[in-house]
Design a protein around this ligand. Structure first.
Ligand code: MG
Length: 393
C-alpha cells in the first residue's frame, strides 16, 4: 500500500495576530510547520509528502521544505510544495493533484496540529485502508449544550459527540468523490460523508491540539516540551547496533568507510557495498528507532543504485539531526580474513568523523579475522559490526 500525506498549511492564521503565518511560528525551538511535516516525513507508513502553502511561501519556502540539494540530502522520500487555494478544501484539492497517481491512501493533516503521534497516524491510515475513510476524533468531555440565542436549547447526549481532529485519511477514490463536491465545509470528512461514504472514527489524542489563537501557544510549548522529552533520548543517550555482510568477489573494489583498499577481491552488492558505512548507518537509525538502511534507501530505488555509502550515511546523520539528535560516538569491528586493514584505519576514521560531524577520538574502527572459520574465514565474505551512541543536540 502506498500512502501520500497532505499537509494543509495554506491558511495565514490571522486569528493568532502574529506578523508571520502562524505555521512558521516556533514552538519550543521548532516551527509548527516543521514539526508537522517532519512527523510525516519520518513516518514509516508514509511514502511521500505534499505541503499546501500560501503562495508567498511557495515562492520562498523555509529551508526545511526546499526541494533543492539541502532538502534532498535530508529526506529519503519525495517532498513537494504546492500553492494553497482560497478555502482549505481547495488547498487539499491542489495537493491531491500533485500526489503520486500510485497512492492508495491519502492522509490529510492540519499543519497547525504538530503533536499528532506516529501511532495515531498509523491507526488512521489503517482504518481508511479498511473502511474507505477515517478520521481522528476525541469524545466530548464536557457536557454539550445546543444554544438557542443566549439560552440553552437542548442538552445533547455527550457520549454521541465527537470532536474532529486530523489526521483524516481516505482511499484515493473516496477523496476524489469528496473533493468533487463544491460545498463549503471545515474538513474533508464532511465532504466524504455528504458524498455518501461511511467515515470511521479513530480515537484521537487530547494532546493533538490545533494551534489557533495566541492563547494556545503556551499550551503548545508545554506539550512540545513533554513530547520532545518522550521522543528525544535521555541525557545518557540511546544506543543502536548495526551489522552488515557482503560476499567478496574478484573484479570489485573493496570500499570500507569510504576508503578504497587495495585488494584482489571486493564486496558484491548495490552501490559500493561499503560494510562499514552500512553497519554504522544501521546503528544510527536503530538508535532513534528509524528502521534500517534498506527502508530509507532501498536498492530497488534507482536513486540509490550507484549512491556512495558515505552519502547515505551523511543523509542518515541529517535525518537524525532533524529529530534533534547527534552522534556521540561509534565503534566498528570489521571482520575480514585479508587484506589487513590496519594501514587504512586512520583514513577511514577521518572520513567517518567528518560525515558523522564528531571528533576523530569518537570514531573507533578495529579489524579482526575470523580465524579461518566459516565463509568469512575462507575469504568469501566481509562483515562489519557497529554500535552508535546517539544523544540529544
Ligand atoms: Mg550492505
Amino acid at each position: 500500500m502506498r500512502v501520500t500525506a497532505i499537509i494543509a498549511a495554506g491558511g495565514r492564521g490571522h486569528r493568532l495576530g502574529a506578523a508571520e503565518p502562524k505555521q512558521l511560528l516556533a514552538v519550543a525551538g521548532r516551527a509548527i510547520l516543521e514539526r508537522s511535516v517532519s512527523t510525516f516525513l519520518l513516518h514509516p507508513s508514509v511514502d511521500e509528502v505534499v505541503v499546501a502553502l500560501p503562495q508567498e511561501l511557495v515562492e520562498n519556502p523555509p529551508a526545511y521544505l526546499r526541494a533543492d540539494e539541502a532538502a534532498g540530502a535530508r529526506h529519503a522520500k519525495p517532498l513537494r510544495v504546492v500553492a494553497g487555494g482560497a478555502r482549505r478544501q481547495d488547498s487539499v484539492a491542489n495537493a491531491f493533484r500533485a500526489a503520486a497517481s500510485t497512492s492508495d491512501v491519502i492522509v490529510i493533516h492540519d499543519a497547525a496540529r504538530p503533536f499528532a503521534s506516529a501511532d495515531l497516524i498509523a491507526r488512521t491510515i489503517a482504518a481508511a485502508a479498511e473502511s474507505g475513510a477515517a478520521l481522528a476524533a476525541v469524545q466530548a468531555r464536557d457536557t454539550v449544550k445546543q444554544g438557542r440565542g443566549q439560552f440553552v436549547g437542548a442538552t445533547l447526549p455527550r457520549d454521541t459527540i465527537f470532536l474532529a481532529q486530523t489526521p483524516q485519511a481516505f482511499r484515493r477514490s473516496v477523496l476524489a468523490d469528496a473533493l468533487a463536491l463544491a460545498d463549503d465545509v471545515t474538513d474533508e470528512a464532511a465532504l466524504a460523508e455528504r458524498a455518501g461514504h461511511p467515515v470511521q472514527i479513530v480515537e484521537g489524542e487530547a494532546s493533538n491540539i490545533k494551534i489557533t489563537t495566541a492563547e494556545d501557544l503556551p499550551i503548545a510549548e508545554a506539550i512540545a516540551k513533554f513530547s520532545d522529552r518522550k521522543t528525544l533520548p535521555a541525557r545518557t543517550g540511546r544506543a543502536g547496533t548495526g551489522y552488515d555482510l557482503h560476499r567478496l568477489v574478484a573484479g570489485r573494489p573493496l570500499v570500507l568507510g569510504g576508503v578504497t583498499i587495495p585488494s584482489d577481491v571486493g564486496a558484491l552488492g548495490h552501490s559500493d557495498a561499503d560494510v562499514v558505512c552500512h553497519a554504522v548507518t544501521d546503528a544510527i537509525l536503530g538508535a532513534v528507532g528509524q528502521g534500517d538502511i534498506g527502508r530509507h534507501f532501498p536498492d530497488s530505488d534507482p536513486r540509490w543504485k550507484d549512491a556512495s555509502s558515505v552519502d547515505l550515511l551523511a543523509r542518515a546523520v541529517e535525518m537524525i539531526a532533524e529529530l534533534g539528535f547527534e552522534v556521540g560516538n561509534v565503534d566498528v569491528t570489521v571482520v575480514l580474513e585479508k587484506p589487513k586493514i590496519r594501514d587504512h584505519v586512520e583514513s577511514m576514521r577521518t572520513i567517518l568523523a567528518r560525515v558523522l560531524k564528531i571528533d576523530l577520538a569518537r570514531v573507533s574502527i578495529k579489524g579482526k579475522t575470523n580465524e579461518g572459520v566459516d565463509a568469512v574465514g575462507r575469504g568469501e565474505a566481509i562483515a562489519a559490526h557497529a554500535i552508535a551512541l546517539i544523544r540529544a543536540r
